[in-house]
Design a protein around this ligand. Structure first.
Ligand code: UFG
Length: 339
């Protein structure tokens, strides 16, 4: 099948392109390279032996989106990753986030609903829509809480845009995947996470500290109501997450979806504290990490981990990698990138 992957050169996008190609799909990537590099294309090709088609343009340019779909009228499915994702930046520049993450979604959906054939669409959503959930693990039925940031709000509004469109567009089948915390890198170490500037997320901060790029990791708060006082998250290996996209797409391609808009949590189902992550990293890297406990980071929730029963049962998908495996792959990638 011919699958469009927007943001296909980014962290999760590139791993998903590899898994799609491994399943025999023909992939077309659109990426504006604002937070990715064109050489990821060569790295994907090195892993899979097949170069995906690549078009570099910005999806905010509506006429280019129209032109693309006019030229590619045989696309069987779209996986839409392209979006801005830095929480802090979204607070500083909300309109950039609303434009980047929502206008692009609207333009793509306009194309998908403007044709006579059916369209299959997978959306990158986030566990951020749950905020601090009242019950753990978090099921898909947990209420969506008021967003903590414009970034989080774009995921909530994005889901609403798709849900409302599916109500009236009978030919549109869509799935939103609510990711928990994606980490790790491809086992080949050809592709992985490459944050620009100082990393905001825990795992790249840890690996950059261990490699000597950062002096010390700050652990944000040890006075949360958890076993060791640090926050709990559900860290999922990016390859497991990529595979969830492939099975979700397959569900739509084979008309196995229960309704034309569905939502799935994608996590491991296991929560780990920040200190447990550090311990695991120290074990797999065989070295001590320089860290100190500092005050809480504003906006952090105490604990989030997924109930993955729905994805396990309906998609037949389950995360396979352990935290050790995921951190080991992130460390191997960091060493290769800086080597
Ligand atoms: N943390 C530290 N030190 C750091 C970085 C993070 O202690 O230098 C802690 C955080 O306080 C948190 C945990 O590590 O407890 C994970 O933090 P991340 O920033 O890696 O991940 P978040 O769960 O905060 O963020 C994720 C996604 C965002 C999304 C957000 C919504 O990365 O895209 O969930 O809650 F918006």
């Amino acid at each position: 099948m011919k699958i469009l992957v927007t943001g296909g050169l980014g962290f999760i996008g590139s791993h998903t392109v590899v898994e799609l190609q491994n399943k025999g799909h023909e992939v077309v990537i659109i990426d504006n390279c604002s937070n990715s590099s064109a050489d990821v294309l060569d790295r994907i090709t090195k892993i899979t032996g097949k170069k995906p088609v690549f078009e570099q343009f910005d999806l905010r340019e509506k006429n280019k989106v129209q032109d693309f779909f006019n030229r590619h009228d045989d696309i069987n499915g779209v996986i839409h990753f392209a979006a801005s994702k830095a929480v802090g930046e979204s607070v500083e520049n909300p309109l950039l986030y609303y434009e980047n993450n929502l206008s692009t979604l609207v333009y793509i959906l306009q194309q998908l609903t403007g044709k006579s054939s059916t369209a299959n669409f997978i959306f990158s959503s986030s566990c951020t829509v749950y905020g601090q959930a009242d019950e753990l693990p978090i099921t898909e039925n947990a209420p969506v809480k008021e967003a903590e940031s414009p970034y989080g709000n774009t995921k909530q509004i994005g889901e609403e845009i798709i849900r409302d469109t599916c109500k009236v567009a009978s030919g549109l089948n869509a799935i939103s995947l609510r990711y928990f915390n994606p980490i790790g890198a491809h086992p080949s170490s050809e592709i992985g996470e490459l944050p620009i500037g100082v990393p905001q997320n825990l795992i790249p901060y840890i690996t950059q500290t261990a490699i000597g790029l950062r002096e010390q990791l700050s652990v944000f708060g040890d006075d949360y109501p958890t076993s060791d006082g640090t926050c709990i998250r559900d860290y999922i290996h990016v390859v497991d997450l990529a595979k969830a996209h492939v099975v979700a797409l397959q569900r739509l391609l084979e008309n196995k979806n229960a309704s034309n808009y569905e939502v799935f949590n994608v996590g491991t189902g296991t929560g780990s504290t920040v200190l447990e992550v550090i311990q695991s990293f120290e074990k797999v890297s065989n070295q001590k990490l320089n860290y100190k406990i500092v005050g809480r980071r504003e906006g952090d929730i105490t604990a989030a981990y997924a109930d993955t029963t729905k994805a396990n049962n309906e998609l037949g998908w389950k995360a396979k990698s352990s935290l050790d495996d995921s951190l080991g792959s992130a460390w191997k990638w960091e060493q290769k990138v800086r080597g």
